[in-house]
Design a protein around this ligand. Structure first.
Ligand SMILES: [Zn+2]
Length: 60
């Protein structure tokens, strides 16, 4: 049974069964993983003291 998640960066469907074994999961690629990392880091500098706003995934 296919299990699919959305890449947090580009929203592309990611095959969870296959990709969860990679270091990039749940991202579709290393590029998207780094984009998210930089976004998180820059956000942490822009709003010190504020909890990072993590967009909630829409429920199942
Ligand atoms: Zn992606």
């Amino acid at each position: 049974m296919a299990e699919t998640v959305r890449c947090p960066t580009c929203r592309k469907p990611v095959d969870a069964v296959r990709e969860r074994r990679t270091k990039d999961f749940p991202f579709c690629s290393e590029r998207c993983r780094l984009v998210d990392l930089y976004k998180w880091l820059s956000g942490a500098y822009v709003v010190p003291g504020e909890p990072a706003a993590v967009p909630e995934e829409p429920g199942e």
